[in-house]
Design a protein around this ligand. Structure first.
Ligand SMILES: CC(C)(COP(=O)(O)OP(=O)(O)OC[C@H]1O[C@@H](n2cnc3c(N)ncnc32)[C@H](O)[C@@H]1OP(=O)(O)O)[C@@H](O)C(=O)NCCC(=O)NCCS
Length: 180
C-alpha cells in the first residue's frame, strides 16, 4: 500500500520534532529540526511527513542553501536534506523511502536544481544520490568519510554547476552538525 506523504500543518510542528527526538534518541537533531523549521531558509513544500493510520511516523526537513562558486559568478540555490527521521517502531518498513521519494518528486516539479545530504552512503544512493565531491561541490567542513556528502541532480542545470562550497542556514552552520 502506498503511504500517504504530505506537508506538515503549523500545529504539528512539535509532533514532527518528536519524531526526530525518538528516531535519533537525542535532542540534538530534534532541536536542529525545530530551529530549521523556524529559519527563513526552511522549505515547507519539500519538508514532508509520512502518515499511517492517522499517525505521523517519518519526517524530513529541507532548507535552502547556496553554492558559492570558487570563481566569480552568481551563487546557485540548492536544497539541503537534513535531518530525516522515522520513529523506531516503524523503521525499515518503507517510511523513509516514501518520504524521500515524495520530496524528490516535488522538488523536480518545483524546478529545484539539485539536493544534497550528509547521510549514510549505504542508504541514499538508492534514490540516485552520488558523491558530491567529484562534482566539485564541497560541504562547509571536510567530511569523513567523503562519500557521506552526496548530491542528487534534479534538473539539466545540475550538469552546469560550478565548483564551490555550500553556504547553509545558521542552525546547521556549526562544525558539530557536519560529523557523520
Ligand atoms: C535511516 C532512516 C531514516 C531510514 O528510514 P526507514 O524508513 O527506516 O528505511 P526504509 O524502510 O525506507 O528502508 C529500509 C532500508 O534502508 C536501509 N537502512 C535503514 N536504516 C539504515 C541505516 N541506519 N544505515 C544504512 N542503511 C539503512 C536498509 O537497507 C533497509 O533495508 P533492509 O530493511 O532490507 O535492511 C531511519 O531508519 C531512521 O530514522 N534512523 C534513525 C535516524 C537516522 O539515522 N537518520 C539519519 C538518516 S541520514
Amino acid at each position: 500500500m502506498r503511504m500517504p506523504v504530505r506537508m506538515v500543518e503549523p500545529g504539528e510542528l512539535e509532533v514532527v520534532v518528536g519524531i526526530h527526538r525518538r528516531a535519533f534518541g537525542s535532542d540534538v537533531e530534534a532541536n536542529l529540526a525545530r530551529a530549521l523549521m523556524h529559519d527563513p531558509a526552511y522549505l515547507p513544500e519539500l519538508s514532508l511527513a509520512g502518515e499511517r493510520a492517522g499517525r505521523l511516523l517519518g519526517h524530513v526537513v529541507f532548507t535552502r542553501m547556496w553554492l558559492v562558486p570558487d570563481e566569480r559568478g552568481p551563487e546557485v540555490p540548492l536544497a539541503l536534506l537534513a535531518p530525516l527521521a522515522v520513529v523506531p517502531e516503524a523503521q525499515r518498513t518503507g517510511v523513509g523511502t516514501a518520504v524521500v521519494q515524495a520530496a524528490i518528486r516535488r522538488a523536480r516539479e518545483l524546478g529545484e536544481i539539485a539536493m544534497l545530504v550528509l547521510g549514510h552512503p549505504e542508504y541514499y544512493p538508492r534514490f540516485g544520490f552520488e558523491p558530491a565531491l567529484p562534482r566539485g561541490i564541497r560541504a562547509p567542513y571536510p567530511i569523513e568519510p567523503a562519500e557521506a556528502w552526496m548530491v542528487l541532480p534534479l534538473s539539466p542545470a545540475a550538469e552546469e554547476l560550478p565548483s564551490g562550497v555550500v553556504r547553509v542556514a545558521d542552525p546547521i552552520a556549526g562544525p558539530d552538525m557536519w560529523r557523520e
